[in-house]
Write a protein that binds this ligand. Structure first.
Ligand code: HEC
Ligand code: HEC
Length: 271
C-alpha cells in the first residue's frame, strides 16, 4: 500500500477518483511544497502564533522580495498553478477569477473544519478573517484565460441526461436546476456562488462526493449538501463529465448578484 494515500492533497474519495497525474506527487514533494508555502504565506505579521525565533530570523535576514500580497500568495501557486489559474488536468481547482465571497467562504470553511483538506487547513489555520479576505480578493481579481475543456468520454444519452439535470433539474426528485443558482451561463453569481465550468472532472466528482458523504459542508442551511445527496453516483459522474467538457463563454465572469428567490435556501452564496 503506497504511503501516498496519506498525503494531504488527496481528495476525500481518493480511491474512486484518483487521477494518474497525482502519481507525480511524492510524499516528500508535497511536504516540501507545504513547508515552502506555509513559510511564505505566514509572514510573522500574519501568523497569529509566530514564534520569537521565526521573528528574529526574519529580522536578521534582509528582505530581498517586496512584501506584497502577490508575493506572499506565490506559495499557493505551487498547487493551484500560475496566478491560481490551474489547468483542466488532475485535481487542483482553479481559484483565479472566482467570486471573492466564494473564495473567502472556502478559506474559512477549511480553517473552521466545514471542509476537510489537511494541506489547506495547514495553510490557513490561525490566519485572521481579514487576511483570508485579502487573499480571496487577490485571487478573485485575477482575470485569466481558461484552459480548453476536457474531452467527454461518456455516451451521448448519458451526456444529454446530465445536461438536462444541470439546466432543468428533476422536479419529481426535488433536484433544482444547477443553473438556477450557479447562473444561466454557469459561470457563477456574485457574491458567492461559484461557477461550475473550467473545473476538472475529478475535482467535481470529489466535491459532490464529499457533500454526499458529509465531508464537505457549507454554512447552514447547506443547500448543496441536500442537492448532492439526491443525485446518484452515476448522475454525479455524468454531470461532472458534461460540465468539464463545456467550453467557457467568452464572457466568463460571474453574473451580477440577484434577488430572485432561490429554489432551496442556502446559508452561503448570497453572503
Ligand atoms: C499543497 C497543495 C496546496 C497548496 C500549497 C494550496 N492549496 Fe488550496 N487547495 C488544494 C487542494 C487539494 C484543494 C481541494 C481540496 C478539496 O478537495 O476540498 C484546494 C482548494 C482550495 C480552495 C477552494 C477552491 C474551490 O473551488 O472551492 C481555495 C479557495 C484554495 N484552495 C485557496 C488556496 C490559497 C489561497 C492557497 C495559498 C495560501 C492555497 N490554496 C494553497 C491544495 C493546495
Ligand atoms: C439552491 C442553490 C444551488 C443549486 C440549485 C445548486 N447549487 Fe451548487 N452550490 C451552491 C452554493 C451556495 C455553493 C457554494 C457552497 C459553499 O459555500 O461551499 C455551491 C457549490 C457547488 C460546487 C462546488 C464548486 C467548487 O469550486 O468547489 C459544486 C461542484 C456544485 N455546487 C455543483 C452543483 C450541481 C452539479 C448542481 C445541480 C445538480 C448544483 N450545484 C445546484 C448552490 C446551489
Amino acid at each position: 500500500m503506497s504511503k501516498l494515500s496519506n498525503t494531504s492533497v488527496l481528495p476525500n474519495r481518493a480511491p474512486a477518483i484518483w487521477h494518474p497525474a497525482f502519481r507525480r506527487w511524492t510524499v516528500a514533494g508535497v511536504q516540501l511544497a507545504l513547508l515552502f508555502a506555509a513559510a511564505t504565506v505566514l509572514t510573522p505579521s500574519h501568523a497569529a502564533g509566530a514564534t520569537t525565533a521565526a521573528a528574529a530570523a526574519a529580522a536578521a535576514t534582509p528582505r530581498t522580495v517586496p512584501d506584497t500580497i502577490a508575493q506572499r500568495v506565490l506559495a499557493c501557486t505551487v498547487c493551484h498553478g500560475k496566478d491560481g489559474r490551474a489547468t483542466n488536468a488532475g485535481y487542483f481547482p482553479r481559484i483565479a477569477g472566482k467570486p471573492a465571497g466564494y473564495l473567502y467562504n472556502q478559506l474559512r470553511n477549511f480553517r473552521d473544519g466545514r471542509r476537510t483538506n489537511p494541506a489547506m487547513l495547514h495553510l490557513v489555520d490561525h490566519l485572521s478573517d481579514a487576511y483570508l479576505r485579502e487573499m480571496a480578493d487577490y485571487f478573485a481579481s485575477q482575470d485569466l484565460p481558461y484552459p480548453p475543456p476536457q474531452t467527454a468520454t461518456a455516451p451521448a444519452a448519458v451526456l444529454q441526461r446530465a445536461q438536462a439535470l444541470v439546466q432543468h433539474g428533476d422536479t419529481q426528485r426535488q433536484i433544482p436546476a444547477c443553473a438556477q443558482c450557479h447562473g444561466s451561463a454557469m459561470t457563477g453569481v456574485l457574491p458567492a456562488f461559484p461557477g461550475l465550468l473550467g473545473l476538472p472532472r475529478d475535482y467535481l466528482i470529489g466535491q459532490l462526493g464529499a457533500w454526499q458523504t458529509d465531508k464537505r459542508h457549507a454554512a447552514a442551511p447547506d443547500c448543496m449538501g441536500q442537492i448532492a445527496k439526491r443525485l446518484t453516483v452515476d448522475e454525479v459522474s455524468a454531470i461532472a463529465t458534461w460540465l468539464s467538457s463545456q467550453t467557457l463563454p467568452t464572457q466568463a465572469h460571474a453574473a451580477a448578484a440577484s434577488t430572485t428567490p432561490l429554489p432551496v435556501e442556502c446559508g452561503s452564496g448570497r453572503q
